[in-house]
Ligand binder design. Structure first.
Ligand SMILES: Nc1ncnc2c1ncn2[C@@H]1O[C@H](COP(=O)(O)OP(=O)(O)OP(=O)(O)O)[C@@H](O)[C@H]1O
Ligand SMILES: [Mg+2]
Length: 520
């Protein structure tokens, strides 16, 4: 095989390798392995420009220690000069070359003369590094041919380096984008431990994300146990005030005068028992957030004082004359009907408008049943961990019970049920028998008032299937018939008991049975 054939074969093998992997070190090692086998090159290094220096990024035939020693300044030594000038350098015997630095120390114990070829790595007009190889001493013509071949190999490698860089950059960008998306998602849809993916809860999350940035007053409404306090805390901890305190005051827990002194503080001697000056919660929350729970129970005096703080951010301690200024963000919560309180005159309308700058209405659990499975999983995990139990699931029968209950106590009630079940559970799965009886007895439906239930039932009728002229005469006997049939079923066919259950006379029942055509 002549030299040209050999070169072609080498280039062919190298280009195949470059096409098969994106790993730069692997490409270079494979290239060097081919060069070592075919051209008896011993050591090879791939050096890349790295800021003001050059760094060995891949090496063949060098130990790790030799590699880490190999740092060059551009222009320094042979490799430096090649990168600096963009021209290849061939040295027949490096031992007699003053430029040779032997930085890596790899050639220290060599017995005979070594030749050295170093070619530049260019990408377009930019020097990006150098490729070099050692070879047993060779004649000038062989070295020249080797150099020409290495020049071509270098263009291949430069291409691979650029592709590699591009891939790295894209990967870094993707990672960055991923982090960004995750943060955004977290910002949007994940607030501490607030679980929910229903559209009602997503709306709540969106408002939290929006108001957290501002200092606007927020009024959180909703039935008991719907997560009002959870939301108040989420707003605080996602706001610029998060490093400052969030202070809670429950307006129901305290008597009228105690509430006033609790909120605004008092001076010594302001009332019996005021032995010294005391800071109020407003002062303690300075720079942070004050969470006023059950605001509907606040009395008139405190309402007036609160209104002033909201308007002027100023107040005096009870019994004091000094005006105190505070920077406090107010979040209030209530499950009472404030509009009704306003009508009755127990809640000030002006205060209501000040508080209700941003209203957040927490949906009841009944209105977002699709979140129940998520909440179940959340609480199983929480309480299994807390009780150090390995409970991993729940039977479908139990889930069905939990899904169908009315949950008047909302998430708090659900949480309580799961906690209790976990405590009592002896196996790996929660079963229906661990759940409270109220979920089974239909007590659930009792929480919808009968009147409302009848109204709902009537509204859900397919009216177009009912003779338009005789709705009353058609439907009322049907209702009577259903009622009587149910009573007879419940009293196991004993008519006297059925009549008692219905609260009607036995003879009346008999007549109805005949009139309505009920088999008994
Ligand atoms: N979306 C939710 N995800 C997870 N846990 C929740 C959620 N909503 C409420 N909870 C839990 O339910 C319990 C009651 O929540 P919270 O105290 O916030 O309700 P509340 O609306 O303030 O009730 P109340 O009006 O009775 O004070 C807490 O233990 C809370 O962690
Ligand atoms: Mg609460």
């Amino acid at each position: 095989m002549n030299r040209e054939q050999l070169d072609l074969e080498i280039l062919n093998a190298i280009s195949r390798k470059i096409g098969s992997t994106l790993d730069l070190a692997e490409v270079f090692n494979a290239t060097m392995a081919i060069l070592a086998q075919r051209l008896h090159m011993k050591r090879g290094t791939l050096v890349l420009v790295d800021g003001p220096e050059m760094r060995i990024v891949a090496a063949h035939g060098l130990t790790q220690e030799e590699i880490s020693r190999g740092r060059y300044a551009i222009g320094e030594g042979i490799t430096g000069r090649v990168v600096d000038s963009g021209m290849p350098i061939v040295v027949a015997d490096i031992r007699s070359d003053p430029l040779f630095l032997n930085r890596t120390g790899a050639r220290s114990g060599e017995p005979g003369p070594i030749s050295f070829i170093c070619v530049p790595l260019k990408y377009g007009n930019t020097m990006i590094g150098a490729l070099s190889a050692d070879k047993d001493y060779s004649d000038a013509e062989t070295l020249n041919r080797d150099k020409n071949l290495l020049m071509i190999v270098a263009t291949f490698i430069a291409q691979a380096v650029k592709t590699h860089e591009m891939m790295q950059r894209e990967k870094a960008e993707l990672v960055q984008e991923n982090i960004f998306l995750r943060q955004e998602l977290q910002g949007k849809y994940q607030f501490d431990n607030i679980v929910g993916s229903s559209s009602a809860m997503r709306k709540v999350f969106e408002i939290i994300a929006l108001v957290a940035r501002s200092r606007a007053s927020v009024l959180i409404r909703g039935e008991t146990g719907t997560g009002k306090e959870l939301v108040a805390r989420a707003i605080h901890y996602n706001s610029p005030r998060r490093t400052m305190p969030i202070v809670k005051v429950s307006c129901t827990a305290l008597t009228e005068s105690l509430l006033e002194s609790e909120l605004f503080g008092h001076v010594k001697g302001a009332f019996t028992g005021a032995f010294e000056d005391k800071k109020g919660r407003f002062e303690l929350a300075h720079g942070g957030t004050l969470f006023l729970d059950e605001i509907g129970n606040m009395n008139e005096t405190v309402q007036v004082k609160l209104l002033r703080v909201l308007q002027e951010r100023q107040f005096e301690r009870v019994g004091g004359t000094q005006t105190i200024s505070v920077d406090v963000r107010l979040i209030a919560a209530t499950n009472s009907n404030l509009e009704e309180e306003i009508r009755k005159g127990t809640f000030r309308e002006d205060l209501y408008y000040r508080l209700n700058v941003v209203p957040i209405c927490m949906p009841s659990l009944r209105e977002r049943r699709e979140d129940i499975p998520l909440l179940i999983r959340h609480f199983i995990e929480k309480y299994a961990k807390e009780n150090e139990k390995e409970i991993t699931g729940i039977t479908s029968e139990a889930v069905e019970l939990l899904m169908n209950y009315q949950w008047p106590g909302n998430v708090r009630e659900l949480e309580g049920c799961i906690e209790m079940a976990i405590v009592m559970c002896g196996g790996k799965k929660l079963t229906a028998d661990l759940l409270p009886a109220k979920l089974r007895t239909g007590a659930a439906t009792q929480s919808v008032p009968t009147e409302k239930a009848v109204e709902l039932a009537v509204n859900s009728l397919m009216w177009q299937q009912i003779p338009p002229a005789g709705q009353y005469g058609y439907l009322v006997p049907m209702v009577e018939k259903a009622l009587i049939q149910r009573a007879i079923r419940e009293s196991e066919g004993v008519k006297l008991r059925a009549a008692q259950l219905l609260g009607i006379n036995r003879n009346t029942l008999h007549k109805k049975l005949t009139d309505l055509g009920i088999d008994s």
